[in-house]
Design a binder for this molecule. Sequence first.
Ligand SMILES: Cc1cc2nc3c(=O)[nH]c(=O)nc-3n(C[C@H](O)[C@H](O)[C@H](O)COP(=O)(O)O)c2cc1C
Length: 175
Amino acid sequence: MMSMNECLEAIENRRSIRKFKEKEISESDIKILLHAAQMAPSAGNLQAREFIIVSAEEGRKNLARAALNQEFIMEAPIVIVACANMTRSEPRYGARSALYAIQDATASVMNILLAAHSIGLGTCWIGAFDEREVSSLLNLPEHVRPVALVPVGYPDEAPIAPARLGERIEHWEKW
Ligand SMILES: Cc1cc2nc3c(=O)[nH]c(=O)nc-3n(C[C@H](O)[C@H](O)[C@H](O)COP(=O)(O)O)c2cc1C
């Protein structure tokens, strides 16, 4: 059995959770997740990312609908919407900044997922949603793109890990 420190444990055992208990999350736990989001790397440390925390039932229902009716989203007590700020790093990085903004935001998403797991919370990275609808629901300005919805709650299931592709995706030295 491979020995694992806490970081590797979280990487190994975090799963996408699609069934949540009816239990609120404390304000301090939400702060832990937002801090984890802040601590992710970003291009030039410009942090071209923004987070909308949706807790109201109506808001969560609307997001579930915008996410192509993935109804489990509304069962989570909060949904964190990670967004890319498409202009923050543009002056420094020009055309490359669009890609960086997406990476800044998604690096934060991964931190949120792992931090949540480490404090007993479950999450699911939701990428399937109508971008225009989400932007309109959340009043996002033109230069802010939603990149992932992250429902967060106490897990009410313990899925096993879906299989990975393994060595098929490893290319040493060259393709
Ligand atoms: C970019 C991206 C988009 C995803 N979109 C969805 C989604 O819309 N709905 C969903 O239930 N899961 C979604 N997932 C979660 C994946 O289905 C899940 O990560 C994958 O099956 C592996 O399972 P695991 O997270 O438990 O390891 C998404 C994950 C990523 C990274």
